[in-house]
Design a binder for this molecule. Structure first.
Ligand code: ATP
Length: 751
């Protein structure tokens, strides 16, 4: 298994030195201080030992050949351990060196003066970890149970129970489980730390999420309300528009005829007034009438005078005729009669007072009768002529009367005409007055109708303004969606065929729409209370935060799962450790007992697992310190021995030799249960007497069947059991040298 060791620049091995291990037992012999222990330490070094102290140094540099008067110091120390890999025991070799089947596993460690280390596996630079894993797989543990340094033989005896347990575990190859367990525990601790962090993070954001959730609920409520309101709003606006349009149309329909009527009435009034104004001319006509009346009177007066003249003339004519007749008669009777002028003038005066012709004629007749007898003296001719003249005058006057009659006829006709006209005008003025009265009545009635309509119009305008304001407000509150109100379908009870027609609002009492408006306002207030529309930021934040929370929850779940599986793994590892440990202890005990009774010719030796013990303090001060620390009860290993024929129990009562034998027996027992490929024993046999050296030799031989042995020794008996003996010498130059020697030489060399 172990093929060779190559040392170069390590400690006293200034020059490259190679040891081959062709035998199962190799002995290394030589005088004190020649460098034998350095060989054992070279093994430790190459196999990854990290404690410089265990290699008797303080710093890495102490491991490098430090030079002497003759040989200058080295820059680096290198040790190679060559192991046989025919059985592919070091499967990790190919893994670590990236492929290739290797017959040998060459482990090399180099330390430089600056303290840096390099590890090589078959010439490839690897990490220490790779080396440790590789060796652990081959039961070459780091605790170095397979390399027993000088004076360390009874280390297992002097160690405390816990340390012993570790040593046994290491020897049993359980360390790998321990590593895994520790790693799992580290991972678990980290996982639990993460769990705590995630939990605390979740706790931290939880109130925020709750707060956001409430906000979001509010926003959603607001959104819902907003949608409801939006629809309701559009419906309201549409209804209002229909109402306004209808009302306006209706108003226009009502108003236009009223205005037209008013215009008409105004015209009629003007006309009536004009007519009334015209009737003022009747006074003029009255004057005209009076003038004509006067004219008629004048004409009549003239005519009366003319009639009187005619009467007088006719009287004169008659008187003349009678005078003529009388004269003629007188003439015939020659009788003539004369009437004084004074009397005639009196007569004339008298008749002039009469207007009636007959009276005038009577007077004249009376006068004539009275004066009949006096009249015949007048000149007849004169009278005739006079009469002729009177006749002419009479005709003349009659002509004038005729003219006057004509004039009167004309005047009367004219008079009648004016009078008729006046009558007529009187009628029409009365009509006009009546009309004016009637018209003004209708006017005021129509005006008040118009006022009513205007009032209605005013209210309608107010309503329209309100409607416009509602649109604006709605736009601000709910966005432009509100403007689509005209396309809104109305959902409520009035969705009949009639609804779209303009008279639909007539079907619906106005109060309903007013009720709707109130509801609208209530909804607006509620929306305001809910913080209005919007809030997409809150929703976004809630989404992000709850996504983060969900992510954390998922992470927490994963972490918990992995914590669980780690706990499970740890549990399994512990179980495995426990089982294998107990099995191992049983096996060790069997061999330990054999070796022990072989050594002591009887007696009993046994390892015992102690549970839940408390580590004993080494001194009172430590005790105090340890007691203050929380110490969890652990398992440990107690060694129980009883020597044959001696009443000795317990390790403390053993002699130095007995102690050495016991520890050797135990070490060998442990090694046999899970044999490492090689064991290096540095003067474990130093304390043995001859008889015991023989027994030790026997043990070595049986041990060599399972592990290769490298024995650093001064013991003759031990040397005798070795297949190969190396002698180590050191010259004046301080350099250790190696020589392969025969057994006979060895005894001398050893000294
Ligand atoms: P013993 O039989 O007394 O146990 P040994 O053969 O085991 O002796 P070692 O202890 O291996 O001897 O060797 C000790 C020698 O190695 C000492 O002489 C010491 O000076 C030498 N030595 C140790 N470290 C170095 C170093 N870095 N450079 C040179 N020499 C060193």
């Amino acid at each position: 298994m172990l093929k060779s060791l190559q040392i170069s620049g390590f400690k006293s091995f200034a020059k490259k030195t190679e040891l081959e291990f062709k035998s199962q037992i190799t002995a290394i012999v030589g005088p004190n201080g020649s460098g034998k222990s350095n060989v054992a330490e070279a093994f430790r070094f190459a196999l990854g030992e990290q404690s410089i102290k265990s290699m008797r140094g303080k710093r890495g540099e102490d491991l490098i050949w430090n030079g002497s008067a003759e040989v200058s110091r080295a820059g680096r120390a290198s040790v190679k351990v060559v192991l046989d890999n025919k059985n592919n025991l070091f499967s990790a070799v190919s893994k670590a060196t990236e492929g290739g089947d290797f017959e040998e596993a060459v482990i090399e460690r180099v330390v430089n003066r600056d303290g840096t280390n390099e590890y090589y596996l078959n010439g490839s630079l690897v990490r220490l970890k790779d080396i440790i894993e590789l060796l652990a797989n081959a039961h070459i543990g780091a605790s170095g149970h397979h390399i027993i340094s000088q004076g360390e033989a009874d280390r297992i005896l002097s160690a405390n129970m816990k340390e012993r347990k570790e040593m046994v575990e290491d020897a049993l190859g359980l360390k790998i489980y321990q590593y895994k367990r520790e790693e799992s525990e580290r991972k678990l601790a980290k996982t639990e730390e993460n769990i705590k962090q995630v939990e605390s993070l979740r706790r931290e954001i939880a109130p925020h999420i709750r707060f956001l959730k409430k906000q979001v609920e509010k926003v959603e409520k607001a959104e819902e309300l907003k949608n409801k309101l939006s629809k309701f709003y559009r419906e309201y606006l549409k209804r209002e528009k229909i109402y306004l349009d209808t009302q306006k149309n209706q108003l226009a329909k009502e108003k236009n005829p009223v205005i037209e009527r008013l215009v008409q009435l105004e015209k009629e009034m003007e006309e009536a007034k004009r007519i009334l104004a015209n009737s003022a001319k009747k006074d003029e006509k009255s004057e005209e009438l009076i003038a004509i009346e006067n004219k008629i009177k004048n004409e009549r007066d003239s005519r009366d005078k003319l009639y009187r003249d005619i009467g007088r003339i006719e009287g004169e004519i008659n008187a003349n005729r009678r005078n003529i007749e009388r004269i003629e008669a007188e003439q015939r009777s020659e009788e003539t009669k004369t009437i004084p002028l004074r009397e005639v003038e009196e007569l004339e005066k008298e008749i002039s007072q009469y207007s009636e012709v007959t009276k005038i004629i009577q007077k004249i007749r009376d006068f004539i009768i009275k004066h009949k007898t006096n009249f015949n003296s007048k000149n007849l001719n004169e009278i005739i002529e006079n009469n002729q003249n009177l006749e002419n005058k009479k005709i003349e006057i009659e002509e004038s009367i005729k003219i006057i009659d004509n004039t009167l006829t004309n005047f009367t006709a004219e008079y009648q005409q004016i009078k008729d006209s006046i009558e007529r005008e009187k009628d029409s003025s009365r009509e006009a007055e009546k009309n004016i009265f009637k018209i003004s009545g209708e006017q005021s009635e129509t005006r008040s109708k118009l006022e009513l309509l205007k009032e209605k119009e005013y209210r309608l305008n107010l309503e329209e303004n309100d409607w416009k304001l509602q649109i604006q407000e709605g736009g601000v509150l709910l966005g432009t969606a509100i403007l689509g109100f005209e396309n809104e379908t109305l959902t409520e009870e009035n969705q009949s065929e009639n609804f779209s027609s303009n008279n639909f609002t007539n079907l619906e009492p106005r109060e309903k729409q007013e009720e709707r408006k109130k509801e609208l306002e209530r909804m607006k207030i509620r929306l305001e209370e809910l913080g209005g529309a919007g809030g997409s930021e809150v929703i976004k934040e809630y989404k992000e935060t709850s996504e983060r929370d969900a992510f954390l929850a998922k992470e927490l779940e994963d972490l918990k799962k992995s914590a669980e599986s780690l706990q499970q793994l740890i549990k399994e590892l512990l179980e495995k450790l426990d089982v294998e440990f107990r099995e191992g202890i049983n096996k060790i005990n069997k061999t330990f007992q054999e070796f022990f009774s072989m050594m002591f010719g009887g007696g009993e030796a046994k390892l015992e697992i102690i549970k839940n013990y408390k580590l004993k303090a080494k001194n009172p001060i430590e005790e105090e310190i340890e007691n203050t620390e929380e110490q969890k009860p652990e398992e440990g290993i107690e060694i129980n021995v009883s020597l044959p024929r001696k009443r000795i129990r317990g390790l403390d009562m053993l002699s130095g030799g007995e102690r050495a034998l016991t520890s050797i027996a135990l070490l060998f027992a442990i090694s046999q249960v899970n044999p490492p490929p090689f064991i290096i024993l540095d003067e474990t046999d130093a304390a043995l007497d001859e008889a015991n050296s023989k027994k030790y030799g026997d043990m070595i031989e049986s041990l060599s069947k399972v592990s290769q042995l490298i024995l650093i020794t001064h013991n003759r008996e031990t040397m005798s059991r070795a297949g190969i003996i190396y002698g180590v010498t050191m010259g004046r130059d301080g350099v250790s040298r190696l020589l392969s020697i025969a057994f006979d030489e060895a005894v001398t060399v050893a000294k």
